[in-house]
Every structure is written in structure tokens, then in C-alpha cells.
Design a protein around this ligand. Structure first.
Ligand code: AIR
Length: 299
């Protein structure tokens, strides 16, 4: 294992306009580039200088080791390593640095990504890799940004603004959905004051009393919405997917045979709401429009 470099030097370079890269991205092959471009977009949008390089843990192991071992002394603060198939890249990188390493397992290959997921995530004790979802390059960039934002108030504000834009897209998606549902006779508007949660997609009003789970533990419309909202507030795609699943579960049970008509119909609404959340996440993952100024730095 290579010796770790001295603590990071300052990363702000006034003369070069702050273009000293803070995030280093490695990918196992240039065939991985289409997915990694999502990380480029996010980092660019957040104004985080980064560098990226192709380096394979198997084809060019010395190159990977040299890169990782020198990363900290070159001023890099977080590394992202993406690879598919037998994806040992992130683990090897983590073995050669004390910087935080975020692994991005990539789909493709004979095992459809499960091979890469396990190879990236199942690290032995002592050598941590923070693994995001399959093809989760955008989230890797966002996680890197959160790490950097711990000591960077300006970046923290840019992250907050990023999330506000994502939430605005959720609200807009839901507005479109509600407009469509208004044309469908069987669709019922979710109870409560829509204005209370239309602004940002997050319900603020307390759920009505009849939102409490029934004796059978059946969630109702009102119970499903706050769950989704909490996940949305976290801004975590995984959480949103979870909330969507919860929303689907609640109404599915609510609409079970024998359920009161009103409850059954209410139960349909949150499914739509859950889908709206998913759609918004999907649009969020499309990323923000890249800023005009490029910030990528050649390694
Ligand atoms: N890979 C390259 N060296 C080691 C690994 N695991 C991965 C790449 C890519 C996949 O193998 O990250 O996802 C296929 O690479 P290629 O170059 O054959 O397209």
C-alpha cells in the first residue's frame, strides 16, 4: 500500500480562477463515459472543479495506484471510481489513498451489473468504499459535493439551491398530474388543502384524523403523502423510490375488496402522487443544465 501524502494543500487557486480540481473521477474504460458524463454535469452545475481519467484496475494497475497515491498531495479531496463487470477499481483506489472514495458500479456485462455492484460494495473491513446505485454517477457527484460542502458554505448553498430546483420540478410535475386527473371523473383530489403542499410538493398540513392507520394497519391517502414528502425532503432518490413504494402499498390495501368506497377512492390518489415523485426524480436525474463555463481539469 502506498504511503499517504501530507494533508491536502489549499484548493482555492485565485490565479487560475479556482480551477484546481477537488474531485477526481476514474473510470475503468472509455466505454463507461456516457454514464460518467452525468457526474460531469452535476459537478459543473455545482461549480466544483474536477478531473477525470481512464484507468483500469486490471489493465493498468500501476496507473491506478499512482493516481490514487498522489491524489491527496495534488489537492484532490474526494475520488469517484466507476467500473463495470469485475469492478475492483474503487476498492483498489481506496487501498492507495485515505481520501473518501465513492464507487459507481456500472451495468452491462454478463451479470447485468450485479457483478459490479458486489465487487464495488462488498469491501473488506478496513478499506471503505461508499457505493452508490448501479450507474449512479449523478448521485456520486452529489455525494462528493456533500462531503466538500462540510467545509464550504458557498457550496452548501449551491447544493440547497439544486435541491430547491429539484423540488420545484416535483411540484410542477404534480401540478400537471392534478390537472390531468381533474379531467377523469373517478379521480379524487387528495384530501386536505392542496395549497398547503402544492408550493414545493411537500404537505405541510397535519393529516386529518381519518388518516390514521386502521386496526388492520391499512394506511390511507393522508398517511402516504407525508411519507413521500419526508423522503423528498431528504432528496435521496432511494428514499423517494421507497416512499413511492409505500404510497403504492397503502392505497393498494386501501382499495381492497370490502373497503369503504370513500377510502378506496382516496387510496387511488397517493399512487398517482407516488408516481409524480418518481417522475420528478427521473427529471432530476437528467441533471441541471450545465453551466456555460467548463470546469473540468485535465489530470
Ligand atoms: N473494467 C475495465 N477494467 C477493469 C474493469 N472492471 C470494466 C470497465 C467497463 C467494462 O469493464 O469499467 O465497464 C468493459 O470495458 P471495455 O473496455 O471492454 O468496454
Amino acid at each position: 500500500m502506498a504511503a499517504e501524502a501530507t494533508p491536502n494543500p489549499p484548493t482555492q487557486d485565485a490565479e487560475s480562477g479556482g480551477r484546481i480540481p477537488r474531485v477526481g473521477i476514474l473510470m475503468g474504460s472509455d466505454s463507461d463515459l456516457p454514464i460518467l458524463r452525468q457526474a460531469f454535469e452535476v459537478l459543473n452545475d455545482l461549480g466544483i472543479p474536477f478531473e477525470a481519467t481512464v484507468a483500469s484496475a486490471h489493465r493498468t494497475p500501476e496507473r491506478v495506484a499512482r493516481y490514487a497515491a498522489s491524489a491527496a498531495e495534488r489537492g484532490l479531496e474526494v475520488l469517484i471510481a466507476a467500473a463495470g463487470s469485475a469492478a475492483h477499481l474503487a476498492g483498489v483506489v481506496a487501498a492507495h489513498t485515505l481520501l473518501p472514495v465513492i464507487g459507481v458500479p456500472l451495468q452491462g456485462g454478463a451479470a447485468g451489473g450485479l457483478d459490479a455492484l458486489l465487487a464495488t460494495a462488498q469491501m473488506p473491513r478496513g478499506v471503505p468504499v461508499a457505493t452508490v446505485a448501479l450507474d449512479g454517477a449523478a448521485n456520486a457527484a452529489l455525494l462528493a459535493a456533500r462531503i466538500l460542502a462540510l467545509k464550504d458554505p458557498g457550496l452548501r448553498e449551491r447544493l440547497a439551491a439544486y435541491r430547491r430546483r429539484m423540488q420545484a420540478r416535483v411540484a410542477e410535475a404534480d401540478r400537471r398530474l392534478q390537472a390531468e386527473l381533474a379531467q377523469i371523473p373517478a379521480a379524487v383530489t387528495p384530501p386536505g388543502d392542496p395549497a398547503a403542499w402544492q408550493a414545493d410538493g411537500v404537505p405541510t398540513a397535519a393529516p386529518p384524523a381519518d388518516a390514521a392507520p386502521t386496526a388492520a394497519g391499512i394506511g390511507t391517502v393522508q398517511a402516504a403523502h407525508p411519507a413521500g414528502a419526508a423522503a423528498d425532503r431528504l432528496g435521496a432518490p432511494g428514499g423517494v423510490a421507497g416512499s413511492s413504494a409505500a404510497g403504492a402499498r397503502g392505497p393498494g390495501r386501501g382499495a381492497a375488496p370490502g373497503a369503504a368506497g370513500a377510502t378506496g377512492r382516496q387510496g387511488e390518489a397517493p399512487v398517482a402522487s407516488g408516481r409524480a415523485g418518481e417522475a420528478a426524480v427521473a427529471t432530476g436525474q437528467e441533471g441541471e443544465a450545465p453551466a456555460a463555463t467548463g470546469r473540468a481539469v485535465a489530470p
